[in-house]
Design a protein around this ligand. Structure first.
Ligand SMILES: NC(=O)c1ccc[n+]([C@@H]2O[C@H](COP(=O)([O-])OP(=O)(O)OC[C@H]3O[C@@H](n4cnc5c(N)ncnc54)[C@H](O)[C@@H]3O)[C@@H](O)[C@H]2O)c1
Length: 248
């Protein structure tokens, strides 16, 4: 018996990286999986891996920053699966540069996908969870949203926004038995962090007390814990997953 047997989980940005690892971890614990990603052809890998683990998996082409697409995707997931018990807002991007050089477009794009996307999915799925009188949301923030970072003012603002949104949603929906928590990963080895120059990666590694970068599975296991019944009395919290890099 898996801890999440019979539960339906919707994960955004699950075509690869941390989102894919979350889909596989939730499936391993017994959940059926709906995955939304803008890169629909990449989704096939996640779908195949979830199905190989014996769970149902369906993919939905969705740009999380587009309200009409989000509403349509959530409607389809609800009609395909009947309910939504877990929402993981994971889709996110970076457009790094110093503030003096940052274009308005780079600012808007990152805020639209990372923060507005989380708002749109939380709103649409939140309505379903309220009617069900139960559900759990886990939002993927970042330690950068806690401490800031030179060259990432758009990303840091978006993730700080995700944290504030999470705390507010937790307070609004708690009486309907819906929880919302966030995780703040540190440096996790994915395609997103592969883009960084080696020099920056070496500098980051020197700041990690555990002496290693995180793996997507390090994040996925914590997300599964927060999503599931063992965290039933945990609401509105932010848990860092960063090898001890940020401790406050
Ligand atoms: N990798 C890290 O070190 C790290 C650290 C902290 C937080 N995070 C966060 O974790 C999440 C996943 O990051 P990752 O490293 O796996 O990145 P990734 O680039 O490997 O994966 C991101 C996924 O989101 C999807 N996506 C992008 N824009 C989208 C959109 N508009 N609509 C729907 N899907 C979209 C991409 O297609 C991709 O599948 C992000 O929110 C990121 O900010 C990552």
């Amino acid at each position: 018996m898996g801890q999440l047997d019979g539960q339906i989980a919707l994960i955004t940005g699950a075509a690869r990286g941390i989102g894919q690892a979350i889909a596989l971890e939730l499936a391993a614990r017994g959940a059926d999986i709906a995955v939304c990603d803008v890169q629909v052809e990449w989704l096939e890998e996640t779908l195949a891996k979830v199905r190989a683990a014996g769970r149902r998996a369906e993919g939905y082409a969705t740009d999380v920053s587009d309200a009409a697409q989000v509403e349509a995707a959530v409607d389809r997931v609800k009609s395909d699966f009947g309910r939504i018990d877990i929402l993981v807002n994971n889709a996110g991007i970076t457009r790094d540069t110093f503030i003096s050089r940052m274009s308005e477009e780079d600012w808007d794009k990152v805020l639209d996908i990372n923060l507005k996307g989380t708002f749109l999915f939380s709103k649409a799925v939140g309505k379903i969870m309220m009617r069900q009188k139960g559900g759990s949301m886990v939002n993927i923030a970042s330690i950068i949203g806690l401490i800031g970072n030179a060259g990432q003012c758009n990303y840091a603002a978006s993730k700080a926004g995700v944290i504030a949104l999470t705390k507010s949603v937790a307070k609004e929906l708690a009486s309907r038995n819906v929880r919302a928590n966030a995780v703040a990963p540190g440096f996790i080895r994915t395609k997103m962090t592969e883009q960084l120059p080696e020099k920056i990666r070496d500098q980051m590694l020197a700041q990690i007390p555990s002496g290693r970068f995180g793996e997507p599975e390090d994040v996925a296991r914590v997300v599964a814990f927060l999503a599931g019944p063992d965290a039933g009395y945990v609401n509105g919290q932010v848990l860092s997953i960063c090898g001890g890099m940020v401790t406050a």
